[in-house]
Design a protein around this ligand. Sequence first.
Ligand code: SF4
Length: 365
Amino acid sequence: ALKYIDEFRDGELARAILQRLKARCRDLGPLRFMEICGTHTVSIFRSGLRELLPSNVELISGPGCPVCVTANEDIDRAIWFASQPEVIVTTFGDLLRVPGSRSSLLQKRGNGADVRMVYATFDAVQIAKENPDKHVVFIGIGFETTAPTVAAAVQMAAREGLDNFSVFSAHKVMPPVMAALLESENLHLDGFLCPGHVTTVIGAKAYQDVVDNYGLSCVVTGFEALDILQGLTLLVEQRARGKALVEIQYRRGVTWEGNPAAQKLMNEIFEPADAVWRGLGKISGSGLAVRPQWARFDAAARFDVPSMDAKEDPACRCGDVLRGALRPPQCPLFRKICTPQNPKGPCMVSSEGTCGAYYRYHRDE
Ligand code: SF4
């Protein structure tokens, strides 16, 4: 087993694992795996792994970039909050540059709105403490890795007796979108590389339904190139044996049950809710809403948020990219009009976005 971080960049070991992977693939037909998580996508590109893989293995990127899957209507709501008098909007960096239907948080800030980037959720609580005359709305974007930290910030605000802090929860959870993808798309997948960080919280057991209901292999994988090679090898071996399982490659971070303390924290503040995903629409139970007993920290309950007439730029194909239905170079705007300096969609803005990863690391298209 790979135990020490140094080993994960070991060229010899990589070659040995790659040889094993190639040997396992030799007698199999075309194999298609989806890496769900944006961090995997970036790691795969940065390490040049795609070019090294056996020719019958195809990797497609999935919907695991939190900024990218945030629907335009939620971006528009974040911008609406920024337009309210006496409101300070706080959020993580990438979201600022994502174009909504008509504007972005960054443009709003340029026009005088108080929009602040924070590195940690507790910073948003601190801003609320320092600005008692203002109301601080934290725009909560992210998966099960982020939601517990936002829940902890709500608890902290409660402990501090703050009445001027709330969360606009656009959080998403991972397992329902995997099922939704398999229901709605003809992806011909042979398995999922499941995200290491999210699974640290929810536990590998969260993917058992995907295996049971769709017969698809799920291997929870770490983020170094060797982790990914090992994860792919496990997926291919399952395919060769004709048996789909949940397996954990990322044993140094993930258990079957996950992190009960983080789950408890998340479940105390949030409850499952339907959520709208860019490119996938509304998916039942795939979001997190602030529980009614915490409504005073729920921006959606504290403010009379109007329904949004959200529009997406029809030329941006992010929705298709997130469903694994289109590779970024197939988007007519890619590289020509849409670049990290002048992004037309979130998949180019985000540091975990597939378009951005292709732009930065993919050289032969
Ligand atoms: Fe959207 Fe740009 Fe990606 Fe095209 S290249 S799908 S315009 S983000």
